[in-house]
Design a protein around this ligand. Sequence first.
Ligand code: SF4
Length: 178
Amino acid sequence: MLLPNSNKRYIEEAGIEVISKVRDDSSPDKYSKSNFEINLEQNEVTCPAGHITSKYSYDKDNKKRRIRSYKFKASLCNECLHKDKCTKSGKGKAITLNYHEAKLQKARQDQQSEEFKNLYSRRSTVERKVSEEMHRHDCRQARWIGRAKTKQQLLLAAAMINFKRLGKIAPLVLMPTE
Ligand code: SF4
């Protein structure tokens, strides 16, 4: 499961470590932002053809926050052999940074580590149980008002799931072996 980046941030701010992959924007047919090397410290963006730009202007994201948009020269892009894969614009390619670009880059780097891969591989087991709670035990919506009662609802559903699991594995464990 991929979490929207804003949700990931809210959860992290609550002190919970999120084991989630950053959305992959790559495409086989055209270049995406991940094909560009963004160096925040040196204020540089390098394109797949190896050209570097430090020229940027400010743009606004969908929450009206100021974000940088780096621009490659139109004269460079219009002559470039990669243009068809890179941009349709005749005004040069623009790469717009995310408001949380530094965090995004760190998350992309972290998800290459063995530790992350091991943890991530355990997610599907957890997600199956969360899905069971949602779909078989009607936990998509709270039945009662208030956090305490909602927690109670989730705990009851979790207990039910554990009982069901116990019912499945108990005969295997208790079966006398010959
Ligand atoms: S089109 Fe422009 S930004 Fe894209 S690879 Fe070519 S020079 Fe770089």
